[in-house]
Structure formats: C-alpha cells, structure tokens
Design a protein around this ligand. Structure first.
Ligand code: AQP
Length: 341
C-alpha cells in the first residue's frame, strides 16, 4: 500500500464513490468497484453513492432514486460487506455540502478552469452547463476530506480531480496555518482495469453516457448481450502479437487484451503469451466466456438485491449514520479553524 505523501499522522481510511447516473459498466467495475472489494479487508472503507454529483447533469428524480439503489446493489453484489465497509448516499450526510462550500472559497477559478472533465462534459456550450458541474471537483474534494480519507481508489479519468483534492488540502492547511490538518490523499489507480476503453472506439473511455449501448458492457447485461457486444467490438484484421509494445498502435486490440487481463487478474503479457498468433475469431469468444463467468454472478445478485429495496435502504441508512459519526467531529474542527462561531 502506498503512503500518503504528507506527514499526516491520522488513521488510514479509504473513500470513493460512484455516480448513480445509470448504465453501470465494466469500466466502473474494473476501475473502481472491484478495488473497493479488495480494500475493505485492508483498512476502514467508506463507499458512497454520489447522488449530489449526479445532479450536476439533469436527472429524472424517479430514475435517480432507482439508480441510487442500483449502485448500492452493485456494491453489495460485487462483494462489499455492508457490516464492514460503510455504504451510503452522499446527500444523506449534509457535511458534504457544507465542506464543499468552504472549498469553493479555497479553490481558485484558474484551477477549475484546467479540469478536462468539465470541458468534456460541458461540451461546446459551456454557458449552459450547470454551475455545479464546474465546481464538481470541489465537492469531490469535500467528499474525501470530510472523512480525512488517506486513500482513494478510482479509475485513471479521476487522476486530475484527485490532484486538485491534494492542492485544496495543502492550501487549506497552509492558509489556516494548521499543519497536516487534512491529509493529501493518495490515488489508487494502477492496474489493468484503470482505463477501460469503449468497445467501439479505442480512443474513448467506456462511459455511462456514450449514446451507443454497444460501446460498453453494462453490469445488467445478460450473457447473450455480453457475447454480442464483444463479438461486435471494433478490432483489426491482424493476429495478436507477442508483446504489449506491439499493441501500442492498435488501441482496440490493446483494450480487449487489457480487459481480458483485468478480468483474469493477470498481466497483459500473460494474455499475449497464451494468445499470440491467434486472430479475434478465437480471442473474442474466449474473452466473452471469461466476462460472462466473472460478471454473471454479480448481475444475478444485483437483480436479487434490487428486488428488495427495503433491504438496500436499510444498509444506506445505517451507513449514513456511521459516516455522519466520522464526519461530525471533523467538520466541527474545520468550522473552528475557519473562524465560524
Ligand atoms: N472507462 C473506465 N475505466 C476505468 N474506470 C472507470 N471509471 C469510470 N469509467 C471508467 C471509474 O468508475 C468510478 C465511478 O465513475 P463515476 O460514476 O463517478 O463517473 P464517471 O467517471 O463520469 O464515469 P462514466 O461511467 O464515464 O460516466 P459519464 O459517462 O457520465 O462520464 C470512478 O472511479 C471512475 O474513475
């Protein structure tokens, strides 16, 4: 486990979240949720369904509620033990919003102007984007630092936001002259699943909001859908090479090899050792079998849990009470440091 780089002496704690914006996919699973499952055995973990982040883009209220429960179901179905790790939804703990406001006053416009995700999501018409979408990274910093989390498992796309969180922590500590009050949280990004790309375009990340359902494997897909999407995945006519270096100019092929490696828990080199010289006619069915083997039990358990919303709501209520107990004294200290009466 990598160490947070500051001299922070508080307890080690993990925080991460997933937005309830629908179409939970293989990238969310390999880049984030699967890491959560492993980390719960190593340190105290807080896993959030970040519904306040979700509304930075329009969400239908009824769907938002259903999708919030879907993420909770995915967490538990993937193997997170709600008795051990804390599972809750962000809006249930008001400290997230309170600390985000303070960070809105710590972070600089110039820092946020550099955030590539805002540029991607706002698109060409930035004037029509919500203010919330612009200050999203400050809320993310608040999510993490409200619990003084030291480790944050995320996919590669969140690297820049994590750097901003660290900058906010440092600026707060320096400006208010409270050395090591906030830790500088360490991103946990590395690994074969850190950047799962679209099945239709090796240059774009697999994403919930991609209009093409063929671009992603959803955690709700049945085995037939998974096999069909992998069969239709864009590739090239060349057989698989012997080394990863030879895949560099073949992003779609590289993506499928990386997905196989991540699902199998092995290195891309090992996948190439097994499949070098084979074409996609052989590799794709093997990948589909593996994806079905790993994902089907999770999908089935998700469906079962979604049939019992009262159970999921109970987990979240208990989780939010546990989260609140950690956050309350930290937020009280923050307010004292800032000078609020
Ligand atoms: N393609 C990906 N590969 C690896 N990790 C990924 N993550 C997302 N996409 C990939 C990681 O999943 C976690 C939860 O993501 P999120 O729900 O907070 O939102 P996001 O990053 O905006 O994910 P999407 O699916 O791509 O949504 P849209 O389409 O709305 O942008 C994070 O840890 C993220 O890094």
């Amino acid at each position: 486990m990598s160490e947070p780089t500051s001299a922070y002496k508080g307890p080690e704690r993990v925080f991460s979240g997933v937005q309830p914006t629908g179409n939970l996919h293989l990238g969310n699973y390999l880049g984030a949720i699967r890491k959560f499952v492993n980390l719960q055995h190593e340190m105290e973990c807080i896993f959030c369904v970040v519904d306040m982040h979700a509304i930075t883009m329009w969400q239908d209220p009824k769907e938002l509620r259903a999708q919030t429960l879907e993420i909770a179901a995915a967490y538990v179905a993937a193997g997170i033990d709600p008795e051990k790790a804390i599972i809750f939804n962000q809006s249930a703990v008001s400290g997230h919003a309170e600390l985000a406001w303070i960070f809105n006053c710590v972070a600089r416009m110039g820092w946020l102007n550099r955030m590539t995700q805002f540029k991607d999501k706002a698109g060409k018409d930035k004037e029509r984007a919500s203010v919330g979408l612009f200050v999203y990274p400050n809320l993310m910093a608040a999510d993490i630092l409200l619990y003084k989390a030291t480790h944050v498992p995320v996919g590669d796309d969140q690297k820049q936001h994590l750097e901003l969180t660290r900058d906010i922590a440092v600026k707060f500590n320096n400006e208010f002259d409270v050395e090591n009050f906030f830790p500088q949280p360490e991103p946990l990004i590395k690994g074969a699943g850190a950047r799962v790309m679209s099945l239709r375009d090796g240059a774009a990340k697999m994403s919930k909001s991609d209009p093409s359902d063929l671009s992603r494997i959803n955690l709700t897909d049945d085995p037939e859908a998974i096999a069909k999407k992998i069969k239709k995945a864009r590739t090239d006519p060349e057989p698989l090479p012997e080394t990863s270096d030879e895949l560099k100019a073949r992003p779609e092929a590289e993506n499928l090899v990386n997905i196989y490696a991540a699902l199998a828990g092995t290195a891309s080199e090992d996948v190439l050792t097994a499949y070098a010289g084979q074409g996609f006619g052989v590799f794709k069915p093997a990948l589909a079998d593996l994806a079905v083997e790993v994902l089907s039990p999770i999908t089935a358990e998700m469906r079962r849990l979604q049939g019992d919303p009262a159970f999921l709501e109970k987990i979240m209520t208990k989780g939010s009470e546990r989260a609140e107990r950690i956050a309350t004294p930290i937020l009280r200290d923050v307010k004292r440091v800032v000078g609020f009466l």
